[in-house]
Write a protein that binds this ligand. Sequence first.
Ligand SMILES: *[C@@H]1O[C@H](CO)[C@@H](O)[C@H](O)[C@H]1NC(C)=O
Ligand SMILES: *[C@@H]1O[C@H](CO)[C@@H](O)[C@H](O)[C@H]1NC(C)=O
Ligand SMILES: *[C@@H]1O[C@H](CO)[C@@H](O)[C@H](O)[C@H]1NC(C)=O
Ligand SMILES: *[C@@H]1O[C@H](CO)[C@@H](O)[C@H](O)[C@H]1NC(C)=O
Ligand SMILES: *[C@@H]1O[C@H](CO)[C@@H](O)[C@H](O)[C@H]1NC(C)=O
Ligand SMILES: *[C@@H]1O[C@H](CO)[C@@H](O)[C@H](O)[C@H]1NC(C)=O
Ligand SMILES: *[C@@H]1O[C@H](CO)[C@@H](O)[C@H](O)[C@H]1NC(C)=O
Ligand SMILES: *[C@@H]1O[C@H](CO)[C@@H](O)[C@H](O)[C@H]1NC(C)=O
Length: 450
Amino acid sequence: MKGLIFIALLGCFVQTGFATGGLNGLPILNGPINPVGNIFGAKSRVGQFIHPGLWHTHDDLERIRLGVTNGLDPWKTAFVNFSTDSFSQASYEMQGPTTILCRGPCSNYSSFTNDVRAAYQNALMWYITGNQSHWDRSTTILDAWGSNLTDIIGTDTSLLVGLEGDMFVNAAEIMRWEGNWVEQGAHASGGSGFSNQLYWLFARQSIIIGQANYGMISIKALLSFAVYLDDVSMVSLSFINETVSAKIKKYNYALNAYQNDLCAGLFGNYESETGQGAETGRDQGHALAGLGWTALAARVVQSQGVDIYSLGDNLLLNASEYSANYNLGNDVPYDPKFYRCEAILINGPWSAPSNISRGIAQGPAVWDIIYYQYVIKRGLDAPWTTKAKQAYDASGGEQHVTGSSSADQPSWGDLLWSYPGKGDFINDNERTIWGGGKIGANGTGNYNSA
Ligand SMILES: *[C@@H]1O[C@H](CO)[C@@H](O)[C@H](O)[C@H]1NC(C)=O
Ligand SMILES: *[C@@H]1O[C@H](CO)[C@@H](O)[C@H](O)[C@H]1NC(C)=O
Ligand SMILES: *[C@@H]1O[C@H](CO)[C@@H](O)[C@H](O)[C@H]1NC(C)=O
Ligand SMILES: *[C@@H]1O[C@H](CO)[C@@H](O)[C@H](O)[C@H]1NC(C)=O
Ligand SMILES: *[C@@H]1O[C@H](CO)[C@@H](O)[C@H](O)[C@H]1NC(C)=O
Ligand SMILES: *[C@@H]1O[C@H](CO)[C@@H](O)[C@H](O)[C@H]1NC(C)=O
Ligand SMILES: *[C@@H]1O[C@H](CO)[C@@H](O)[C@H](O)[C@H]1NC(C)=O
Ligand SMILES: *[C@@H]1O[C@H](CO)[C@@H](O)[C@H](O)[C@H]1NC(C)=O
């Protein structure tokens, strides 16, 4: 009943045309958004968010920086290629901004993909080296796109938002909380710029969670957006009325979807007993990429102090083992009754694992985040994932092809995700919750305050 009322109210909203910049031409939020009950890891108030707290906490960034500056591996070696990559240069020439991007049949978003990667890699370069020129490059890209891009159109809008958008907000989180960046256009009487764009154009677009790997992209991005925006509740809907909006908790909504969405969540994507992927019969590119997105979702939640990597008896690791094994050329058990929702849209369901794009070397860069989390940090046995990482490393490691910027996976896994050995690596909340530094005019940020 509540859901129906909610849809009707949104209908009113659409008809009155009470739209804010960035909504033109976008698919309209069309619910229903189910109220989320008590779920594992839920937050109950804004002050519980940890910053920086998307893919990297302060302690994570320090681990990277200290690894590089103290000449420790794998950080030191990984940094060689990372720091010479074109997207890591302060001299990177911005390709945007533009006002409208399309992903779908009319795809024309590569300038954004490139600039997003440059913003993210320059944010990391700044953190690691402390060189101001990288601070400038990252933040000018954030501000330029943040204040110029007003629309994203096309049938795959939610992919652009969930892939490029997520990497972009990860750059922003580092620059804001560590770098004391205050975005262009921020002011008390209703700002404009990056966070307004994030709120209207990115976050709202991810609410409609699709299926399988596609749905997991929205879930992992929503988690990042919600943390950046400190969005326990979906305040963007507060124009409807507080009773309704209080039921819609964006962070909790995404966390719930990860745990309970039967099409897009962990258990919809991976078979509980065998780890078979819901897209194993489709092609290996999608089957593997989904592992990376599931791991990134869990990474954000880990940054927020909650472990969902271990859900389902380490189901993600089990899923990684299954796909690694198959892509290393071995036979795996296959249940044709376990497949993704709406499989018919993509010529499914399937009677056997697909051979399309099968293999490790050319596949998406998903192994490091899983390997370091489970095998190194937790000391768990994962022979196939370990072999997959080794095979990937043998063909050049997790780095994107020079000059190619895809935001599908972050790449650079040895630099970004490694741990020195087994341990809890709990964030020191004195330094991570609301920073050890000051944000805002004349603040110092959190950089190296440890
Ligand atoms: C992308 O395509 C859309 C639709 O044709 C168009 O409105 C937009 O201006 C294009 N953007 C770029 C950067 O080419
Ligand atoms: C900072 O980076 C810029 C651009 O790469 C470089 O020219 C400059 O020498 C660097 N500064 C220091 C102190 O390393
Ligand atoms: C748009 O991008 C340009 C070029 O980077 C920048 O100078 C400008 O401040 C941005 N914002 C607006 C609102 O034009
Ligand atoms: C808010 O909307 C809900 C659902 O339509 C309704 O039950 C409730 O009475 C409204 N609350 C207020 C304060 O208007
Ligand atoms: C997944 O876990 C189940 C139960 O522990 C086990 O039987 C199965 O072999 C595992 N699958 C893989 C691929 O590791
Ligand atoms: C995949 O390749 C193997 C080995 O060539 C073959 O046995 C199997 O039938 C192929 N699977 C599909 C779905 O074509
Ligand atoms: C660095 O890049 C080169 C050229 O692509 C590659 O051969 C090498 O394996 C890379 N090194 C590492 C540590 O990834
Ligand atoms: C920041 O510093 C400037 C220049 O020293 C000063 O004018 C301004 O009042 C300071 N702002 C705040 C919020 O302290």
